[in-house]
Structure formats: structure tokens, C-alpha cells
Ligand binder design. Structure first.
Ligand code: GLN
Length: 488
């Protein structure tokens, strides 16, 4: 049962072959037996109460596609019943008085929450090692990182501890862990998923999305989690759409842009081989490959690592031991209390970003760094528009690697923040442009250590082209079985 897709589980529930309670129990038992550190808070009673309510709905024929389906939430989405820590000591015992919009939407659809998933502190990181609660292990090879910041989400789905999970992507945090754990994830167009109750890292970049086994499942989840929300000032006012509507379209004539900047010297040979193998598969499905250029790709790293910390330094000012968060036990006066509370509550990477962010926003440096970064951000978005938009566009979608290497060993880059930042090279530009992007499993790296290490293919589309991305991914998943492979 735990091997089934969400779509299949839904059919089992509707046909009353299994109850929501049985299904939740099965996954709770798998979670309890797992040693991956993927979950930060599990509460059997809460989960089973939701399952019972779902069973009532299923019995009364008031069930939708997701009623009774178990999912887990990244611990960056606030939940009224489960603790919400954002992977930080700062929020160690925090219980939110309300549910995030995404959680509300899933609750309304009748999904059953399995618990809260580990992540890098305030979603800052690429390896999940910045979590105050310890790193998550990659289920394919427990000596490897799962990727980050949504490492718990990707590892839980890969290890079949949950059929699907929510995640967030600010600069790659859905796509990169999905890639490194061999599962499917999509970050939709910025503004599609409400940020209400999603603990803010960099507000102009943060975007929620799903991680699941298949593109089809991701479509079902997006159907539930997207939509206008007046409580989020950048939420897009668009009609509801069915993201699964184009899944079965043929790829005959599809033009795939292959950016030369995504295949340069920094790309590991085994990742390149798997990605090229996937591109060849798409040619068999009727697509043609077009060489394109996204010349500003390299600049996405400095631009992102100015803008994201700048926004983070402002967003994180609320965690001061008064309005929110951990308060130091001993202090002399108010200023001392702020200093000690923040010094104790935040980890090193978060402090580094607050320092960098405050610096680039300060008088005399604002023009040189922050303003400059904003200008280049625009140029990065224009690179994509030249390729993807207008009558003379070069291609319909863009493909390339998600990560320059397979998952690295736990501990390998913990003392080297810049090495972590460089690993984000292929995901940051999509986020800076606000475009949708996804990762699907397309092979494994060479050189097995204590297990295989998966490779993901990135698919990027123009604004609001999620249905097409899912179509392209679904057709690939009909022709291949990488997405069905499971860790030992
Ligand atoms: N790795 C990037 C960072 O550390 C992206 C994180 C994210 O998307 N939340 O900021």
C-alpha cells in the first residue's frame, strides 16, 4: 500500500478497499520505525482524529480526490495542532494560533496530516544540515545529505513514509531535494500558492509547492494548494485551473531549450550523462532539442545571495524574544535580552544571512549591492523571456540538471557556506525570475557508495505553464520507470 501513488490511494479509498484510518496507521508505523530524522513532530492521536473525520466523509459520499489521503507538511507551514519550528531553536516550542493557508486548503480537501517535516533553519540551506534538530539522512544512502531546505519532505516521500508532502522553494528547495532523493517536485509560478502562514524567508522568492512520486500526483496536489488569498499581498488573482488537464497530450513537436550554461565545466559527468539520457528519451517521444543561452546564469548566485539575505534580515527581525521566539534566561537590560535571545535562538547560517542582509541594505552599500542585484535580477528574467515568450520564442520548455552533482556526503560542506551556495547554480535563476520549475527523477550517479544516488531532471516553463510542465513530466514517466525506483 505504501508504494502506491496518491492517485492510486485515492481510488482505494473511494472504493472502500482501505479506510483513511488504516492508511494513516500504516504510514504512522512506517514513520515510527524510520531512522531518517525526517519528521520533527508526529502526534498519533491528532492524525487518527483527522483520519476518522475523513472516513466519515468517505462514508457520506462527500469526499473529493484527496479525502483520506495522508500527507505531511514542511515545518515552515504553521499548524494549529502540531508544533511549528522552522527547523530553528528560536521556535522550539512554538504552537501557532492558526493554520497556514496551504494547511487550511488541504484540511478542507480532507487530507490527513501525518506530521511536520524537518528542514533547514528558516529554509536556509541546501543539505538540511542547518536544522537545529539535526540533519535528515538520504534514504538512498544514509551517509548522504537529502538536499535542502525541504530535505525532510523529499526524504519522507522517497522512503515511502508519506505518499506526498508540502515544501517551499526560495532558490531551489523543492527541486533540489526532490532531485537528490529521486522524487518529483514542482515549484509553481510565484504568487500561485498563498504565503499566508508560511514562515517568511525571502518574501519575493518564497513559493510553496508539492513533492510526490509522480507528476500526476503533483498536479492533484497543486489543484488543492493554489488559489487567490487576500491575506497574501502577492497572491495572484487567477481563475482556478485543473493542473492535470493536459497530462495525456502528446509531446510531438515540443521544443526543448537546452541552455549551454547548464552544461558547463561545473557539471559532474554522471549527472550530465543521466540528464542527456533523459533528453534523448524526450526526442523519442517526439520532442526536438534547441540550443539556447541564458547568459546571466552565473550571476544568479551573487544576485540571490544579496537579495535573499536582505529580505531575510528584515523578515527575521520579528524573532526577538518578545514578539516571537526564544528568550534568553539571563540578561541585564532590554538590549542585552534582544542580543542574547537572538544569539542563542539562531544558528550560524541564519546569523550569517542576517549580517550579510543588513550590510547590503545599509547606507552606502545599498546602491552598490542591493540595487545592483535587483537590476541584474531583471536581466535574468529577461534571459528566460527571450527563450520562452512571444511569437519568436525559441522553445516551449527548458531542460537541464537540477544540481551539479548527486547528493554529497553528510558533513562534507558544513564548514564551507560558499560551496553550498555554488551548488544552487541551476535553480536560483528560475526563482529570481518567478518562473515555474520542476524536478523529476531521471537516473542515478555513477559510483555507488553505500547506495545509489539519484539524479533529477529540471523542467522550466514560462509563467503559468505548470500544466504543460506536468504534461511533459507525465509523458516521460509513462515511458520510463525512474520515478518508481525505491531505496533499499
Ligand atoms: N539553498 C538555497 C538557500 O540556501 C535555497 C533555499 C530555499 O529554496 N529555501 O537559500
Amino acid at each position: 500500500m505504501h508504494k502506491l501513488t496518491l492517485k492510486e490511494l485515492s481510488a482505494q479509498l473511494q472504493a472502500r478497499k482501505i479506510s483513511a484510518t488504516e492508511l494513516a496507521t500504516l504510514f504512522l508505523d512506517r514513520i515510527a520505525a524510520s531512522d531518517l530524522n525526517a519528521f520533527l513532530h508526529v502526534d498519533r492521536d491528532l492524525t487518527l482524529a483527522q483520519a476518522k473525520a475523513a472516513d466519515v466523509r468517505l462514508a457520506g459520499n462527500d469526499a473529493g480526490a484527496l479525502t483520506g489521503v495522508p500527507i505531511a507538511h514542511k515545518d515552515i507551514f504553521v499548524t494549529r495542532d502540531w508544533r511549528t519550528t522552522a527547523g530553528s531553536r528560536m521556535l522550539q516550542n512554538y504552537v501557532s494560533p492558526f493554520d497556514a493557508a496551504v494547511v487550511e486548503q488541504f484540511n478542507a480537501a480532507g487530507t490527513v496530516t501525518l506530521g511536520k517535516l524537518n528542514c533547514d533553519e528558516f529554509a536556509m540551506g541546501s543539505s538540511n544540515e542547518n536544522s537545529f534538530y539535526g540533519a535528515v539522512r538520504n534514504p538512498w544512502d544514509k551517509t548522504a545529505i537529502p538536499g535542502g531546505s525541504s530535505g525532510g519532505s523529499a526524504a519522507a516521500v522517497a522512503a515511502r513514509l508519506a505518499p506526498a508532502a508540502t515544501a517551499t522553494d526560495t532558490g531551489g528547495s523543492i527541486r533540489q531535494p526532490a532531485s537528490l532523493c529521486g522524487v518529483t517536485g514542482i515549484k509553481p509560478t510565484y504568487g500561485s500558492v498563498s504565503r499566508y502562514g508560511m514562515i517568511a524567508f525571502a518574501s519575493s522568492l518564497d513559493q510553496g509547492g508539492p513533492i510526490a512520486k509522480t507528476a500526476e500526483d503533483c498536479g492533484l496536489l497543486l489543484n488543492a494548494m493554489t488559489g487567490f488569498d487576500e491575506r497574501d499581498s502577492t497572491s495572484l488573482q487567477r481563475p482556478k485551473e485543473d493542473f492535470t488537464r493536459s497530462l495525456n497530450q502528446s509531446l510531438q513537436g515540443l521544443r526543448i531549450g537546452v541552455p549551454k550554461e547548464f552544461f558547463g565545466a561545473g557539471l559532474a559527468a554522471d549527472v550530465e550523462a543521466a540528464v542527456r539520457g533523459a533528453l534523448a528519451e524526450f526526442e523519442k517521444l517526439g520532442a526536438t532539442l534547441v540550443d539556447i543561452s541564458l547568459p546571466k546564469t552565473e550571476l544568479s548566485i551573487p544576485v540571490y545571495y544579496v537579495i535573499a539575505p536582505a529580505e531575510a534580515s528584515s523578515n527575521l527581525s520579528r524573532f526577538d524574544g518578545v514578539r516571537y521566539g526564544h528568550r534568553a534566561a539571563d540578561y541585564k537590560d532590554l538590549a542585552d535580552m534582544y542580543k542574547k535571545s537572538r544569539a542563542e535562538g539562531f544558528g550560524d547560517e541564519v546569523k550569517r544571512r542576517i549580517l550579510v542582509g543588513s550590510y547590503v541594505l545599509s547606507h552606502g552599500y545599498y546602491d552598490a549591492y542591493y540595487l545592483q542585484a535587483q537590476k541584474i535580477r531583471r536581466l535574468i528574467a529577461e534571459d528566460f523571456q527571450r527563450a520562452l515568450a512571444g511569437a519568436d520564442r525559441l522553445c516551449d520548455v527548458i531542460m537541464g540538471p537540477v544540481s551539479p552533482t548527486v547528493a554529497w556526503d553528510l558533513g562534507d560542506k558544513t564548514d564551507d557556506p560558499v560551496a553550498n551556495y555554488l551548488a544552487d547554480i541551476f535553480t536560483l535563476s528560475t526563482s529570481l525570475a518567478g518562473l515555474p520549475g520542476m524536478s523529476i527523477p531521471c537516473g542515478f550517479g555513477q559510483g555507488e557508495k553505500n547506495g545509489k544516488r539519484p539524479v533529477g531532471l529540471q523542467i522550466i516553463g514560462n509563467y503559468f505553464d505548470e500544466a504543460r510542465l506536468l504534461n511533459v513530466a507525465h509523458q516521460f514517466q509513462q515511458a520510463t520507470d525512474w520515478h518508481l525506483r525505491e531505496p533499499a
